[in-house]
Ligand binder design. Structure first.
Ligand SMILES: CC(=O)SCCNC(=O)CCNC(=O)[C@H](O)C(C)(C)COP(=O)(O)OP(=O)(O)OC[C@H]1O[C@@H](n2cnc3c(N)ncnc32)[C@H](O)[C@@H]1OP(=O)(O)O
Ligand SMILES: CC(C)C(=O)C(=O)O
Ligand SMILES: [Mg+2]
Length: 558
């Protein structure tokens, strides 16, 4: 049998059947182009008879996209099939995908037809479609709950009618991998007995799988079917689709790639797809943005945490050698940036690694000082810890004696039920220039307070006003503890005009006061890093060198 697995992407058809998803024509084209770039073999563009909008979308994609087959869905009746063809006919390589259910439950309650009638409709549908194109796919909807003998009869009948691809959907996500594997083996055998062995071996006739995720088995079932001899897999980006979704393409592709050794052993050959895996993450993010379907952080391959290491023991392992805790190269699926994420469970190795990647070399003693503050002041306070906070600790530890600014007092109004704006008045001390008072109006009380502090110290946020312009890159507030008396913890990251970034933290029972403290902390660190940051960096590096060499992280670790 051929070792090429054809990727049939149904993000735009079954994926769009996800409750709450409705893509505009422009969005479908944008996703369609991304799918072509990704290297899918077939794009199921829609169900043309469903609505004029669906018809137009299929027609537009058929006209616009090249280098890919375009499929359209049609029930087993002449009108659906003719409409599908009308929409498809300008495609470079059009495919009519016709279907009818084969399970007794569907026959009895939904179609109200006998097995004989459905068998005949299935065959006729393929013949109708063949009048337009030889590229016809037939799906036996709810195949996994169908009587096996009857299903085999339908499969052989549609092959005889000229279907090029026969799809065995697990429409309601009911099957389990071994059962599905056995079913595909059984159908392959029946097709061979009916004289289609050579066509299957050459890939001229293909069995396809289409799995839903109701029991969380869509990908496992798809892979089992590929092991059993299916060579087309129907799937969606991020696994979106009807109910619990379809099989996630990115997972199937990466299973085939990562476990090529296993397929080699089991089948005597690895299974190949045409997917350019480096485009997986950008495509996933595009689909998530346009469909509004959020990708859970722990989702395999494309979730934000899929390659992130936050706990100390794992971080240490990965820093020593990526393969200790990574089975795939994150860049091979399109991720960039660091895999080491600082957080509550991070350890000394990760802190050292992060500081090294920020250009700091520390002696053991200096690292211990930073790590101790990280452990006691930050780890339990912030959920995610941007790298800037580590540098902030260094400045606090070594330069805080020279910190320039101090807030003496602040008064901030907080309003409700009025069109008036909040006002902040602050009194600050600049060690170089003395005390200053400033007043500012803001959208909210934090905005007013930040603007007043900035004004008093010769900075500004935004276009207006005088002073050096700063950008607030990040601002967040967390509650430490529960209830209305919980302490507020505010974190800010500032960026100056040269791109230098510093972070600040502030804690207070009053969240506006916590914000003011965080801002002051960040401003003090900014000034200190400008004045003495490089000197400190050199001094610490000299101390580290004097201490002798330490193991450098492996270049493999990113
Ligand atoms: C498993 C799947 O994902 S199948 C695809 C599901 N996708 C969709 O349904 C999205 C698009 N659907 C639609 O817009 C509409 O359902 C339409 C336009 C297709 C049909 O709309 P309506 O004519 O109003 O029918 P409705 O949706 O209420 O019922 C479906 C009809 O199709 C029949 N039918 C269902 N599947 C098939 C089939 N594969 N072949 C032939 N007839 C079928 C049903 O028996 C029912 O017929 P009836 O009206 O004679 O009772
Ligand atoms: C139309 C078919 C292939 C389908 O989506 C299903 O059975 O789930
Ligand atoms: Mg489906």
């Amino acid at each position: 049998m051929i070792n090429r697995v054809y990727i049939f992407d149904t993000t735009l058809r079954d994926g769009e059947q996800s409750p709450g998803v409705s893509l505009s024509m422009e969005e479908k084209i944008e996703i369609g182009r991304a799918l072509v770039d990704l290297g899918v073999d077939v794009i199921e563009a829609g169900f043309p008879v469903a609505s004029p909008g669906d018809f137009q979308a299929v027609q537009t994609l058929a006209r616009e996209l090249r280098g890919v087959e375009i499929a359209a869905l049609a029930r087993a009746n002449p009108k659906d099939i003719e409409t599908a063809w009308e929409a498809l006919k300008e495609a470079e390589n059009p495919r009519i995908h016709t279907f009818i259910a084969t399970s007794d439950i569907h026959l009895q309650y939904k179609l109200r037809k006998s097995r004989e009638e459905v068998l005949q409709l299935a065959q006729e549908a393929v013949r109708w479609a063949r009048k337009f194109t030889p590229n016809v796919e037939f799906s036996a909807e709810d195949a996994t709950r169908s009587d096996r003998e009857y299903l085999a009869e339908v499969v052989v009948a549609v092959a005889q009618a000229g279907a090029r691809v026969i799809n065995i959907p697990d429409t309601v996500g009911y099957t389990v991998p071994q059962e599905y594997y056995d079913l595909i083996v059984f159908l392959v055998e029946r097709l061979r007995q009916a004289g289609f062995g050579e066509a299957l071996d050459k890939g001229e006739l293909r069995l396809s799988v289409h799995c839903h995720n109701d029991l969380g088995l869509a990908v496992a079932n798809s892979v089992a079917a590929l092991l059993a001899g299916a060579r087309q897999v129907e799937c969606t980006i991020n696994g979106i689709g009807e109910r619990a979704g379809n099989a996630a393409m990115e997972e199937i592709v990466m299973i085939l790639r990562t476990r090529g050794d296993y397929f080699q052993k089991a089948l005597g050959t690895a299974l190949e797809t045409g997917i350019d895996t480096r485009k997986i993450v950008p495509t996933s993010q595009l689909v998530s943005r346009l469909t509004g379907m959020f990708v859970q952080p722990n989702k395999a391959i494309v979730g934000a945490n899929a390659f992130a290491h936050e706990s100390g023991i794992h971080q240490h392992g990965v820093i020593a050698h990526r393969l200790t805790y990574e089975i795939m190269d994150r860049e091979s699926v399109g991720w960039s940036g660091s895999a080491i994420v600082l957080g509550k469970h991070s350890g000394r190795h990760a802190v050292d690694y992060k500081l090294r990647s920020l250009g700091w070399k520390l002696s053991r003693e200096a690292l211990s000082r930073v790590f101790e503050r990280f452990r006691t002041e930050i780890k339990d306070v912030l959920r995610r810890i941007p790298d800037e906070y580590l540098e902030g600790i260094l400045y606090d530890e070594y330069l805080s004696e020279n910190y320039r600014y101090r807030v003496i007092s602040a008064q901030v109004s907080s309003l409700y039920g009025t069109s008036l704006s909040p006002i902040a008045q602050v009194e600050v001390e600049d060690r170089k220039t003395g005390k200053r008072v400033a007043v500012a109006v803001g959208v909210g009380s934090v905005d007013a307070a930040f603007k007043a502090v900035a004004r008093a110290l010769g900075y500004r946020f935004g276009e207006e006003g005088e002073g050096e312009r700063l950008r607030l890159v990040d601002f967040h507030i967390d509650a430490l503890g529960k209830g209305t008396e919980a302490e507020g913890v505010c974190g800010v990251i500032l960026e100056d005009a040269s791109g230098r970034r510093t972070a600040g933290l502030g804690r207070d029972g009053d969240i506006v006061a916590a914000g003011i403290k965080a801002l002051l902390n960040a401003l003090n660190r900014l000034e200190a890093s400008r004045e003495a940051g490089e000197t400190l960096r050199e001094r610490l590096a000299r101390e580290a060198e004097a201490e002798g060499p330490r193991a450098e992280p492996q270049p493999m670790c990113r």
